[in-house]
Design a protein around this ligand. Structure first.
Ligand SMILES: [Zn+2]
Ligand SMILES: [Zn+2]
Length: 195
């Protein structure tokens, strides 16, 4: 029998492993999509701003369809667990921020540090695995109280454009015209321009 994969299974498959960070992104995105009344079956453009580039962003891409390749996923390097989603037609964006310490678990953090430093015993490793399962489950089942949710006005970036490619005068490779630099009358790609 062929069973459809659950959204969480699809996210894990895409990401390649199961981890708490992925669960965070999953919960935040699920919540945001509910708030924006969005279902992927509706062919409508969604935009996401992510303020970290860690595991959770893979859940954003699978669930919302906002991807790096499509140009509707924007990374702002703030190192924060904050996810903002907007629908072009909606006029508002929803900002989801994971509350400080919302998913903090002392034992889990301690064991993780021991594992990272290679000091964990076999028993501690087993404990960690079990705790991690539980930890992930807790995050997946987390209600709105674990997040700060607000509707915000944002300026929507213009739709992704396709630019002409030109040839770099030094390396000969193709480069998007808007990313070239000129030096001594030559048109160069950025890496060549930096040398
Ligand atoms: Zn991960
Ligand atoms: Zn070049």
């Amino acid at each position: 029998m062929c069973m459809d994969k659950t959204p969480w299974e699809r996210v894990c498959e895409f990401h390649g492993h199961v981890c708490p960070g992925l669960a965070l992104g999953f919960s935040a995105t699920t919540l945001a999509l509910e708030k924006l009344d969005f279902s992927r079956s509706v062919d409508e453009e969604m935009i996401a701003f992510v303020e970290n580039n860690a595991c959770g962003v893979d859940a954003v891409q699978v669930l919302s369809g906002c991807t790096f390749g499509k140009g509707n996923l924007f990374f702002i390097d703030h190192g924060k667990q904050v996810y903002t989603f907007a629908r072009r037609s909606y006029g508002k964006a929803v900002r989801i921020s994971v509350k400080y310490g919302a998913f903090y678990n002392e034992t889990y953090s301690r064991l993780r540090m021991k594992i990272n430093s290679g000091e964990a015993t076999g028993e501690e490793k087993r404990d960690f695995m079990m705790l991690q399962q539980k930890h992930i489950q807790n995050i997946l089942e987390a209600g709105e109280e674990f997040f700060d949710i607000s509707f915000v006005d944002i300026e929507l970036p213009p739709k992704a454009k396709i630019f002409k490619s030109v040839r770099c005068d030094k390396c000969g490779e193709s480069v998007m015209e808007t990313r070239t630099v000129s030096a001594e009358g030559k048109t160069l790609c950025i890496p060549c321009g930096n040398h």
